[in-house]
Design a protein around this ligand. Structure first.
Ligand SMILES: Nc1ncnc2c1ncn2[C@@H]1O[C@H](COP(=O)(O)OP(=O)(O)OP(=O)(O)O)[C@@H](O)[C@H]1O
Ligand SMILES: [Mg+2]
Length: 492
């Protein structure tokens, strides 16, 4: 073991008189080889997993893999002078990130450094990136709703504060748009947001940033970015960094929403690192602990018990499928870890049904408990109608003759499908969701032609915004109000 004597200097005045002579032993290793964001190092026998290593040339690395002779480290910062033979020192520290309100409206990298050209955020404290999830006793039930502003999700696939809801679908079917809309909808609702962009193109990141700025959602949001060109180590750390930032607020008793966009890229980065570190590959060449990687990340999202401040962290992980294959390795892992999924379908997207949410394959396992009873009551009836309609519609494709009652059901279903359509960047208040569901369940849309529905919904949204009724108002009050509004809409 190479040993060196080092003299640590105290910069305070009078350090010389307090200095104690003695032999200090520090370990010193050497880089054996580097490449692809990985460094193999020899000669640090006491180095521990997840410890930060400082390299002589100013680079930094994280211990990621231990062998008898060598250790594998992922590079976090790489200087141009880094080469084999460079000396390496242990820091005895684990990775952490600054947390606090100073991060709102900022773009940072997974190590907390600003990427928006601004000054380094002055944080209230630091949190380690990889910590244990809160114990069961520190947790509470998910019983408050988190509104996404989306007609389908808020009514039939509801999300509660502290829930982990997967957004799953092929590439380009609107996953990021849905997550962004949810972030935008938290404006004025006292929910802090963290958007983690993992391995995305710079143009996509700029797009996200612009949308957040234009909609005024950036004031309550932190964007954590590890671009596609970033070192694999940073892409691997990005979701943990976002989670740590969110945890900072959660433990202060605040409600937080964190979006991981997306975990497929994260899994691929982890696979890349693991293969470079010669870990044995398993299914689809992913290492055996890929399930543990994502479960330990998502288990940190929860709702805390009142004694711990009652904060919550809701997670929206995104995962990409290929050809709608929901049963592939990473998607099934994530489906089983999360509390439900919103499935976006390529065929629905191609047919112009946007957002392309497939209700039959989407589920929220715990959100129902958090849903307001009035919304739940209306949504229950409506969902049943819609599922029946989807089945009936299949039959009509064969051109079979239908009874009048069936035809009526199909007409109602088609109207509902028209209602479900929603533009991007247009989150809707929950009172409006209640209003249109009451109108639908009362059959007030049945008399309208499909083409008249969008205009009618616009009018309804305006009326709801002006009326004093709330979710606490009785159904009869809502029914009367909605009936009056629907009558004034010109029927075409
Ligand atoms: N509700 C919507 N209304 C209209 N257009 C939409 C809607 N949702 C998504 N889009 C459009 O669909 C396209 C793909 O959306 P988005 O980038 O969110 O998909 P994605 O699944 O995140 O893609 P990727 O897999 O590339 O990350 C975008 O051009 C977006 O504007
Ligand atoms: Mg996307």
């Amino acid at each position: 073991m190479p040993v060196s004597a080092s003299f640590s200097r105290d910069v305070e005045p009078g350090w010389l008189s307090r200095y104690r002579f003695g032999l200090r032993v520090t370990e010193q290793g050497r880089v054996v080889s580097i490449g692809d964001g990985i460094a193999w190092i020899k000669g640090l026998p006491s180095a521990a997993m997840d410890e930060i290593l400082n390299l002589e040339d100013g680079s930094r690395a994280l211990v990621f893999h231990l062998e008898e002779e060598l250790l594998g480290a992922i590079l976090l910062q790489q200087s141009p002078a880094l080469s084999a033979g460079v000396l390496v020192y242990r820091s005895g520290e684990r990775l952490g990130i600054g947390v606090g309100d100073a991060l709102l409206g900022r773009v940072i990298d997974p190590l907390g450094a600003p990427l928006d050209g601004g000054v380094t955020p002055e944080c209230d404290g630091r949190r380690e990136l990889d910590v244990l999830s809160p114990p069961i006793l520190a947790r509470d039930f998910v019983e408050q709703p988190l509104y996404t502003g989306n007609k389908i999700i808020d009514t039939v696939i509801p999300i509660g504060k502290g829930q982990r809801q997967l957004i799953i679908g092929d590439n380009g079917v609107g996953k990021s748009s849905l997550a962004l809309d949810t972030v935008i909808n938290q404006k004025g609702k006292n929910v802090y947001c963290v958007y983690v962009a993992i391995g995305q193109k710079r143009s996509s990141v700029i797009n996200i940033l612009e949308v957040l700025r234009e909609t005024g959602a950036f004031t309550h949001t932190t964007l954590v970015v590890a671009e596609a060109t970033a070192m694999p180590g940073l892409k691997y750390l990005a979701p943990f960094a976002g989670c740590a930032v969110a945890e900072g607020w959660m433990w202060q008793g605040k409600d937080v929403l964190v979006v991981y966009d997306d975990l497929t890229t994260h899994a691929r980065t982890y696979r890349e690192l693991s293969l470079l570190l010669r870990r044995p590959p398993g299914r689809e060449a992913y290492p055996g602990d890929i399930f543990y990687l994502h479960s330990r990340l998502l288990e940190r999202s929860t709702r805390l018990a009142p004694v711990h401040g009652g904060g919550s962290m809701t997670a929206l992980p995104l995962v990409e499928t290929e050809q709608g294959e929901i049963a592939a390795y990473i998607p099934t892992n994530l489906v089983s870890i999360t509390d439900g999924q919103v499935y976006l379908d390529q065929n629905l997207f191609a047919s112009g049904f946007l957002p392309a949410i497939d209700i039959t394959k989407s589920v929220s396992r715990i959100g129902g408990k958090a849903q307001h009873p009035r919304i739940k009551e209306e949504a229950g009836r409506m969902k049943l109608d819609y599922l029946q309609f989807l089945e009936l519609e299949l039959f009509t494709r064969f051109g079979s003759q239908l009874e009048a009652s069936m035809e009526a059901k199909i007409r109602r279903g088609r109207a509902l499908r028209e209602i479900f359509r929603q533009e991007r960047l247009a989150p809707l208040p929950i009172e409006f969701q209640l209003a249109w569901m009451v109108a639908y369940n009362e059959g007030l849309f049945d008399v309208l032609a499909t083409s008249a529905i969008p205009a009618c919904l616009n009018r309804l949204a305006q009326r709801v915004a002006q009326c004093p009724l709330t979710l606490a108002s009785s159904r009869e009050e809502w029914r009367q109000a909605v009936a009056a509004w629907m009558k004034e809409t010109p029927i075409t």
